[in-house]
Design a protein around this ligand. Sequence first.
Ligand SMILES: Nc1ncnc2c1ncn2[C@@H]1O[C@H](COP(=O)(O)OP(=O)(O)OP(=O)(O)O)[C@@H](O)[C@H]1O
Length: 325
Amino acid sequence: MGFLSGFSCCFQSSSGDRGTRILEEQPSSIISELCRQFSLSEMQSATNNFHNSLKVGKGSFGNVYKGYLENSSTPVAIKRCWEDSVNEVVLLSQLQHPNLISLVGFCIEGTELVLVYDYMSNGSIRDHLHRGNIDPLPWKRRLQICIGVARALHYLHTGAKYTIIHRNIKTRLILLDSNWEPKVSSLLISKRRALSTSKSLTRVESDVKGTLGYLDPEYYNTSMLTEKSDVFSFCIVLLEVVSAKPAHEINREYFQGFNKSLRSSANEIVDPILKSKIDPDCWKTFVDITKRCLLMEGRERPDMGEVEVELERARKLQEEADAKN
Ligand SMILES: Nc1ncnc2c1ncn2[C@@H]1O[C@H](COP(=O)(O)OP(=O)(O)OP(=O)(O)O)[C@@H](O)[C@H]1O
């Protein structure tokens, strides 16, 4: 297996003339009908002029602030972009799914591009996995979060006019609202292609982009992208969620351990907090689907619809076992 672990960085696109490109790609009226266009002064007053004390995150594309729009007590997340983020505006303004982050609006003024999203008060799932024993996420909640992410990816792959390949699925980009409902964020480097009518996989030749540690080895080696690359990255998320190990530690030894782990969840790859909490039938279902998502050839991996169904089955088995005890 050509593993890509050890470090994590995001390849990204270069800047362009944001205002011009967005108008070229889509008629501005469509986008402004679908989401709100803010002025820069509205963005400045929502964030106390992008004050450091309101900064909640920093990504490859910009800083993220917690802010309040005028006359509203509901917080929003405001990303002041330094990279071209047109893709995000064009796609997110037209997509809607309960497990996909919602774009409230955007601001394009001069050289500024600012994006406004619903605020996710529980941060990213990553924040809850790698912090020792402080308030660990229970197994059923972890499963439920993974099911939500699988639904969002299935929607991106099959539920819109185009197939949208996210290309950067990772635990940092899975945000959690106040009810722990997951929202997949950032379509910044996603790739769009026509929906397939045949059963065979349609490949798109494309520069390799994504985050090392999550990147599909087949795509990395061939530059040919399909939705099965998201399936592989999602599988690394599943392994991160079950082990509470960061993606860069999920290396060859880890995979070998995982391959041997069918019989029981009480082994060294599972987050110690979950040991003996996972029902054996639920564990078998989880391991079976995860192993298939890791297959080296994309066409042999299941699609996200099947992954979602199997994860739902795993959750049901866990619920049944809990009800008996
Ligand atoms: N809608 C949101 N609500 C709350 N916090 C958010 C929101 N969006 C982003 N954040 C915070 O800001 C951080 C940076 O987010 P950003 O979208 O820039 O992605 P990233 O994690 O840096 O990934 P990448 O740089 O690979 O795109 C997130 O990890 C999260 O903590």
